[in-house]
Write a protein that binds this ligand. Structure first.
Ligand code: ANZ
Ligand code: ZN
Length: 812
């Protein structure tokens, strides 16, 4: 054994030995309980950052701990390898996205290995390879057959200058990131996954996700956004002119509707205005609205405006004539794209009515004493109350009127539940993604690529310039293809899939990553799924986690799981906090990053791991500090020195005295319980205390104590632990050893008898465990009947506490 701790020497050595002995390789084994530990896989950006280090260190501790607890642990890793950065890098540096991505993967893989993460590298998956995305293409075709994929016109960000579609991230302040020209919304045929078919189940099953943070569940529920209400039909004025359907959550306000608002994109808007004096103005308005950025519209971050179409419709209950407006705050993709406007009870409608001088009719009164007056109202009244101006319903509580009005409407109305969740638009006019496996034939129209012709491989010889439409549309050899149904030459689809598609099922691929006849082997999935612990950033609380849940349900319904059905992919979820430095998130743009490589170089991976796990509980933000890293390093050096010195001076005793045994067993208990709850910081603190105890006493530590210390430390600092474990004479790896157990009799804390005094006079005694805090004792003492007698009409002004001996309550 070396005198001094030298991570540079021992870390590569143990990494090599783990790989050679395939310590972390796993197979299905029905005789063992499984544990699937998964961290969200990284995008191969090139180098790992501290956020990665933290995320993967958390997962690694859990995986290593569970393995030592006897579980058959699946702990895989892979690469979410499609996406725009590769394409942008290719445009900027004239490399190929494939080359760039694969190089990045190689770099990052080396960095991960240097961190000592316990992955089963034989299960590595890389999503940009045909052997991965071919299964996605097959699933797409199966979903197409089932009606779970469809095409529809939808709005994209479009730059007229570059003649190209832009991703939201490429729109900067309403302008194109390349040429700075204004971006407009352009309707384009796009592919959608019908996630709305699963909205109800996705919503209801959030109730079963007991192992997820409440915050994430709330975000998912709000994202799906179920609203109870009614659909109501308003006939257009004029004979046989048709009707407008609206969705409202407030059918009780129907008598208060004074106009109608349609989304600018609503198909009726232009047709209603046609031939009317308003036609030109309406057209101009529709144009203008299409230019407001999507996010701005969703955030409501613009002035509310509208234009009269020149047409009217009729309130189905009282026949009132309502002017029809096109308005910029009504969205085509929610409800029916039409809103009955009730200015007295909806704030947007109120502002709109004031602006355009439209009538305000109050139909709900808060109290008969102070009736609302439309002339003096400053804002809409949104609460419940009693119905007025509503025909036969006058006097009815508004909550009840909601039901009554739907009944009164007869065939013109029905109860409806609307969800905010939109279908998932997966079309990207990008190169670096999974090709969508269909073609267009001049005779047969859209034709799915026959399954035997899969995968549709992404071609490599595609010019990438960032301008002029989808890159694949410029790759002639890819584009032209024989129609499978007729002799004509057809054209391939040139859209690729959203990269969120790959991450929606990678956790299933890990179960049987080399299977070349199926997406995954149902037997392997039956054994490994669900993921027992999923770990990742809160930024994925909605999209990724919702899509992965959706895919699991679709795969279930397509029979992918065989007899063993699965509805939810992730049993438990841990969302770790950010890594921050100088008060803000580490990021290149802020220039406050710390390079993990430099840290590993200076201190070794074990120190970096210890720092990340010790500095904060996993859910909290981790505040970077140089002294924290130094502290971690010092601790590991001391542990090394303790073992070294203990082994120098003669032989070790097997077991220590009673006190040492108690310390060991209490430490085992604390660390075990903390690991179960993922309180890594307090687990490490317990190990530090144990070290201090062993170091500070004059007796040499026993073999049992050193063994325990090293084993308990091993999930956190695995290289150091392996080396010390070997030095202590073990032949197996500490990573494969059995987690130590504690004896109940040795962890009981000692009981002491405390004296209770009131104003210095003995009034009772308390049995408590030694070391109990002053606060705790105070509470217990004040609860004693003997004390309460003296406390009547008095205030506690002071307490005097002598640890484990007495408490004196001063009452006045
Ligand atoms: C009449 C009404 C009267 C409304 C009233 C509210 C208060 P949530 O809860 O989000 O589902 N709405 C319906 N479709 C819309 C669309 N496509 N774009 C913009 N707004 C739309 O909200 C439902 C309410 O939002 C509906 O109820 C409708 O306005 C409006 F005193 O109908 B309400
Ligand atoms: Zn054809």
């Amino acid at each position: 054994m070396e005198r001094f701790y030298n991570p540079k020497e021992i870390e590569p050595k143990w990494q090599r030995l783990w790989a050679e002995k395939q310590v972390f390789k796993v197979r299905e084994d029905s005789s063992k309980k499984k544990y699937y530990c998964l961290e969200m896989f990284p995008y191969p950006s090139g180098r790992i950052h501290m956020g990665h280090v933290r995320n993967y260190s958390i997962g690694d501790v859990i995986a290593r701990y569970k393995k030592m607890k006897g579980f058959n642990v699946l702990h895989p890793i892979g690469w979410d390898a499609f996406g725009m950065p590769a394409e942008n890098a290719a445009i900027a540096n004239k490399t190929h996205p494939h080359t760039w991505t694969i190089q990045n993967i190689q770099n990052m893989k080396l960095q991960f290995q240097k961190m000592g993460f316990s992955y089963d590298w034989d299960r590595e998956v890389t999503t940009c390879l045909p052997e991965y995305y071919r299964w996605e293409q097959r699933l797409f075709l199966q979903m197409l057959k089932k009606g779970l994929v469809y095409k529809k016109k939808s709005y994209v960000n479009w730059c007229d200058q570059c003649q190209t579609v832009l991703a939201n991230e490429q729109v900067e302040g309403g302008a194109c990131w390349r040429c700075d020209q204004p971006v407009r919304m352009k309707p384009l045929e796009q592919w959608f996954f019908k996630i709305t078919d699963y909205a109800k189940e996705l919503l209801e099953e959030t109730r079963n996700l007991k192992g997820w943070p409440e915050r994430v569940l709330t975000m998912q529920r709000e994202w799906i956004g179920e609203s109870e209400g009614a659909t109501v039909r308003f006939e257009l004025e004029g004979k046989g002119e048709g009707f407008i359907e609206i969705f409202t959550t407030r059918p009780d306000t129907l008598y208060g509707a004074t106009f109608m608002s349609l989304a600018a994109e609503h198909p009726l808007v232009l047709s209603l205005a046609r031939g009317k004096p308003q036609e030109v103005e309406v057209k101009r308005f529709v144009e203008k609205v299409s230019k407001i950025e999507r996010e701005k519209r969703l955030a409501g971050d613009y002035e509310k405006e509208g234009v009269f179409t020149g047409a009217y419709c009729l309130n189905p209950l009282n026949g009132r004539r309502l002017p029809i407006y096109a308005a910029n705050f009504v969205f085509m993709d929610y409800g029916t794209g039409a809103v009955m406007a009730v200015p007295a009870h909806d704030q947007r409608d109120f502002e709109f009515a004031k602006k355009y001088n439209l009538p305000v009719v109050v139909v709900i009164q808060p109290s008969p004493k102070e009736p609302l007056d439309p002339l003096t109202m400053k804002e809409a009244y949104l609460e419940a109350g009693v119905m007025v101006n509503s025909g036969a319903l006058d006097g009815t509580p508004s909550e009840r009127a909601k039901e009554e009005i739907v009944k009164l409407l007869g065939p013109a109305g029905r109860k409806t539940t609307m969800v905010k969740l939109r279908d998932w638009g997966i079309s990207r006019q990008r190169y670096w993604g999974t090709p969508i496996p269909v073609l267009y034939c001049p005779n047969c129209g859209m034709v799915p690529i026959p399954e035997k012709d899969l995968p549709v491989v992404l071609p490599t010889d595609v010019p990438l310039t960032g301008e002029g439409g989808s890159p694949l549309s410029k790759a002639k050899s890819f584009l032209e293809v024989r129609c499978p149904q007729c002799p004509a030459t057809a054209r391939r689809e040139t859209d690729t899939m959203d990269t969120f598609v790959e991450s929606s099922w990678y956790f299933l691929r890990y179960c049987s990553p080399r299977n070349d006849s199926k997406m995954f082997d149902p037997k392997a999935a039956a054994y490994w799924m669900p993921v027992d612990q999923y770990i990742g950033g809160i930024e994925h609380a909605v999209l990724h986690l919702l899509y992965a849940r959706f895919f699991t349900k679709v795969l279930r319904d397509l029979g992918y799981f065989g007899d063993h059905s699965l509805s939810e992919p992730f049993a438990n979820l841990l969302t770790q906090g950010m890594v921050i430095k100088d008060g803000s998130k580490m990021s290149k743009s802020k220039g406050n990053t710390v390079d993990p490589d430099e840290l590993i170089e200076k201190y070794g991976a074990d120190t970096v791991r210890i720092f990340c796990l010790f500095a904060a509980p996993p859910e909290k933000d981790l505040d970077w500090s140089d002294t924290g890293v130094e502290g971690g390093f010092r601790f590991l050096k001391r542990v090394w020195a303790l073992v070294y010195e203990s082994l120098q001076e003669g032989s070790l005793v097997d077991e220590g005295d009673q006190k040492e045994k108690q310390w060991l067993h209490r430490t085992i208990k604390r660390v075990t319980e903390d690991l179960e709850r993922f309180h890594f910081n307090t687990a490490i603190a317990a190990l530090m205390e144990f070290y201090n105890f062993l170091h500070d006493r004059k007796e040499k530590p026993s073999r049992a104590s050193l063994n325990g210390l090293v084993q308990l430390l091993s999930p956190f600092a695995p290289h150091l632990a392996e080396e010390l474990w070997q030095t202590l004479g073990h032949h197996e790896n500490v990573s494969e050893s059995t987690w130590p157990r504690y004896e109940e009799s040795l962890v009981q804390t000692d009981q002491v008898t405390l004296i209770i005094q009131v104003n210095g006079v003995l009034r009772g005694r308390l049995q408590v465990s030694s070391g109990i805090s002053e606060d705790e004792v105070k509470k217990l003492a004040l609860a004693e009947a003997a004390v309460q007698k003296f406390a009547v009409n008095k205030k506690l002004v002071k307490t005097i506490y002598v640890k484990d001996r007495l408490i004196n309550l001063v009452l006045q």
